[in-house]
Design a protein around this ligand. Structure first.
Ligand SMILES: C[S@@+](CC[C@H](N)C(=O)[O-])C[C@H]1O[C@@H](n2cnc3c(N)ncnc32)[C@H](O)[C@@H]1O
Length: 216
């Protein structure tokens, strides 16, 4: 097993802690001081670990969490903060979700966030993917209702198409469980090379929008 898959410390509130940390280390913005909006903060283990690994950097983290936490955090649904905070103040937005943070990604595109995004994208056992993601991929409400398993069978492909439609040329990611769980990073309008030691799998997003499937 490559060393970057091993969780570096024993705490593991997050699943796949090692790959999540490695992805972020590899794609940190190339500057000495970084401000992070950690929109699914939880106990904050990931960015605590990154601070330990990169003591040379000045990393400031602003956390948001829906649940009350011991750590100082903005409390509540991250949607309302992503809609209203001055996103230009952040170099990185972290969407370490339990499922599919489509609504959050959509807000970042709508508000023109130019920085780096790290995200966790999971197709839950119940088969749930955001309908917004499926609609963006050209599926009609009728198709989603009639054959949900079919339209959701390629979760990573759906995400890549959606990101490409929004101007993302390249993502880097780790995928597990037949692409049911993907940990990815992207930054609109840049082809930044990894700065960390272990570049993860990367892929260029398709350049053309998918055709509206109901018309095919
Ligand atoms: C996977 S954990 C995050 C772990 C964290 N990244 C870390 O490094 O320790 C997800 C967290 O997101 C919070 N959460 C889930 N949905 C949210 C939402 N819509 N807005 C804010 N927080 C949310 C949960 O309460 C949970 O603490």
């Amino acid at each position: 097993m490559p060393s970057f898959f091993k969780a570096p410390i024993s705490k593991q509130f997050s699943s796949h802690f090692g790959p999540k940390v490695s992805l972020r280390l590899a794609y940190l913005p190339d500057k000495p001081a970084i401000t992070v909006l950690d929109a699914y903060h939880g106990p904050g283990e990931i960015w605590d670990e990154i601070k330990k690994r990169r003591p040379d950097l000045d990393i400031a983290v602003v956390g948001i969490d829906a649940k009350p936490l011991r750590q100082p955090c903005l409390k509540g649904n991250n949607i309302k903060y992503l809609r209203t905070l001055d996103l230009a103040a952040f170099d990185v937005i972290d969407l370490d979700a339990y499922g599919c943070p489509f609504a959050q990604m959509q807000i970042l595109f709508e508000r023109g966030f130019p920085g780096r995004v790290f995200a966790t994208y999971i197709k839950l056992e119940a088969g749930a993917l955001s309908h917004g993601l499926l609609i963006a991929n050209g599926y009609s409400h009728a198709m989603i209702k009639t054959c949900p398993t079919l339209v959701m069978q390629n979760p990573l492909g759906l995400l890549k198409n959606y990101l490409a439609l929004n101007g993302v040329a390249r993502i880097a990611y780790f995928s597990f469980d037949g692409a049911r769980k993907t940990y990815l990073t992207y930054q609109k309008g840049t082809t930044q090379k990894p700065t960390g030691p272990q570049p993860p799998q990367t892929v260029f997003c398709p350049k053309t929008a998918p055709k509206r499937k109901s018309q095919q």
